[in-house]
Design a protein around this ligand. Structure first.
Ligand SMILES: Nc1ncnc2c1ncn2[C@@H]1O[C@H](COP(=O)(O)OP(=O)(O)OP(=O)(O)O)[C@@H](O)[C@H]1O
Length: 563
């Protein structure tokens, strides 16, 4: 139950009075229902008995009749208000929960964990948050209402005759406590299996849909289908176990209800025989005893849902604790510099060695620097760090002032399912079409744009679907060009382009580099030639640098991949 405490605390903090009011109204609905049944039993018996005697004329039918109507109205009104209040409160709490969850995932570590398994992110933000709505609606509120109602009925029966409470005192703890507890425990394992199977089913189905060509070519399509079927079979088996549990719970609750009925019937028969209770009170007691166990019926489903809620809370709780503190802005670099790094260190969690280990580098406010080094040297990591995606483990970073302070075109930059215009406006929401077209032109997409019948209104599919990979990268570059920032971070901007296109693009890019610092990460000679200075990164630190025009510059260029 411990994982549930942050979730319960959230419910309590956010909507305390609505949640208490909802539970009270749930109790009132149940009480009105029990009183309605009991009073009707009493009324029918009392009128029948009165009819046998001369008391029939004096028998007051109006007050009980009106009370029955009143109780029916109260029950309907209370049920309606309870639904309104409890659902509203739950949905509001869950909306707050989702927001906190998004904030939790907005940490570098959270985002990284989920980038590895996006299907899981989707699952957790939808089904697992939804699973928590049952915590209040199907577990806490019905439990509180059932306990309150049991207490009220027991007190009522005790006042009529203490012996009337015995059958309920034996059966209520069994049916209201032990049974839901047993169902909840037994549901934990199939609940976990069910959640894992849904997750596997979704991610495998997405893999099959997205990678169908590769799977077919590798002859793995059948195997992928089989793995989807296996996940589906696991899901069906877990759901079957849960359904069986629910059915068994219903049967046991029914038996407990019948036992309470028989027990109370026997006790009332004895008491009526002794003359301790009248026949109408006996009828009231029997019907109330039968109805009170019904108050525990929703807990049968609630106990099953509790397993789901527990699992969801356990998975979501770590992200709820983490309130992503807004990152402190990096200090402002000394005048004349777009970037100033000293002794920067960074180690990925779980990695044996540091990826950046004493890295120091300056980029002038009007300088273009190419960062080169073998694959895995830490070049992209440095760009992630400068863009604020990850945090350094030590050392000093400062950037020139500006809003934004950096523009980053990474190897993983995203395009969205939107028009060309929409994708560009992300970078500059107020830009006019002429500016967008100029940026597209600078990125070498002018001819492509001219060939599109819908121009800037051309719709792209998910991830830029509809463009070639080279066109997509140029669109990302155009978007980067629209952001005015004192430091541009470009990660292999012409990777994947043919020589002619790449050189034409670099020619257009050259004049645009003036006025701000640029750090280009590259393996390509053509990109490195754009830079005023080459910097070689090895083992997480800068081991060589060479300014244009020096012999070392040429020697470094020669180590790079030719076109
Ligand atoms: N998110 C991550 N978690 C753990 N390790 C990582 C992560 N990203 C990169 N690494 C590791 O850090 C090292 C540096 O990776 P990085 O991508 O920065 O290299 P790079 O110099 O840009 O390589 P390339 O030229 O191939 O793009 C690699 O050994 C890589 O495995």
């Amino acid at each position: 139950m411990k994982p549930l405490s942050p979730i319960m605390a959230l419910f309590w903090q956010e909507r305390r009075s609505a949640l208490l009011g909802g539970a009270a109204m749930m109790a009132m609905t149940l009480l009105a229902g029990i009183a309605l049944l009991g009073l009707s039993g009493w009324f029918i018996t009392a009128t029948a008995l009165a009819g046998l005697t001369s008391a029939a004329l004096a028998f007051d039918v109006f007050i009980p009749g009106a009370s029955i109507r009143l109780l029916a109205l109260v029950r309907t009104g209370a049920r309606y208000s309870e639904r309104l209040v409890t659902h509203d409160a739950t949905l509001r709490v869950l909306a707050g929960l989702r927001e906190r969850l998004f904030r939790g995932h907005a940490t570098a570590e959270g985002a990284e964990a989920l980038q590895r398994r996006p299907a899981r992110l989707l699952f957790r933000l939808t089904s697992e948050v939804d699973a928590l709505d049952s915590l209040y609606l199907r577990v806490l509120a019905p439990l509180a209402a059932a306990l309150l109602v049991s207490l009220a009925v027991l007190v009522g029966l005790w006042l009529a005759a203490p012996a009337l409470t015995w059958p309920l005192l034996v059966l209520l703890p069994l049916a209201g406590g032990l049974l839901p507890w047993w169902i909840a425990r037994a549901a934990l394992r199939p609940g976990r299996r069910r959640a894992a199977a849904i997750e596997a089913l979704r991610s495998r189905a997405i893999d099959a849909a997205q990678g169908q060509v590769d799977l077919l070519m590798a002859g793995r399509a059948e195997a992928q289908s089989a793995s989807i079927m296996a996940a589906d079979a696991r899901l069906a088996s877990a759901e079957d176990t849960l359904n069986r549990l629910e059915t068994r719970g219903a049967a046991l609750l029914f038996l407990a209800g019948q036992a309470a009925l028989v027990g109370t019937l026997l006790v009332t028969a004895i008491l009526a025989e002794q003359g301790t209770v009248s026949a109408p009170i006996a009828a009231l007691a029997v019907l109330a005893a039968m109805a009170v166990l019904e108050a525990f019926a929703p807990l049968r489903r609630g106990a099953l849902e509790l397993g789901r809620a527990l699992l969801a809370a356990r998975r979501l709780a770590p992200r709820l604790k983490e309130e992503a503190a807004p990152a402190a802005p990096l200090p402002v670099a000394p005048a004349g510099l777009a970037l100033h790094l000293r002794d920067l260190r960074l180690r990925y969690p779980g990695a044996r060695r540091a990826v950046l280990d004493g890295c120091s580098l300056d980029v002038g406010a009007n300088e273009c620097v190419a960062l080169v080094g073998e694959s895995g040297a830490g070049k992209s990591t440095l760009l992630s760090l400068l863009s604020g995606e990850i945090e350094a483990g030590g050392g000093h970073v400062s950037l020139a002032a500006g809003q934004p302070r950096t523009v980053w075109m990474s190897q993983r930059t995203e395009l969205f399912q939107d028009s060309l215009r929409g994708n560009l406006l992300l970078a500059a929401p107020r830009a006019r079409d002429a500016e967008l077209m100029e940026a597209l032109d600078a990125a070498g997409l002018g001819p492509v744009l001219a060939s599109l019948p819908d121009g800037l209104d051309t719709r792209l599919g998910e991830g830029g679907f509809g463009l070639s990979s080279g066109q997509a990268r140029r669109l990302m570059l155009a978007r980067a060009l629209l952001r005015p920032a004192p430091l541009w971070l470009l990660d292999e901007p012409t990777e994947g382009l043919d020589r002619e296109t790449a050189l034409a693009l670099l020619d257009r890019l050259r004049p645009r580099l003036a006025g701000h610092g640029t750090l280009i990460v590259t393996h390509l000679r053509r990109e490195a030639e754009l830079a005023d200075r080459l910097v070689l990164l090895r083992d997480g630190r800068v081991v060589a640098e060479a300014r244009r025009g020096t012999p070392d510059h040429l020697a470094l260029l020669d180590q790079l991949r030719p076109d």
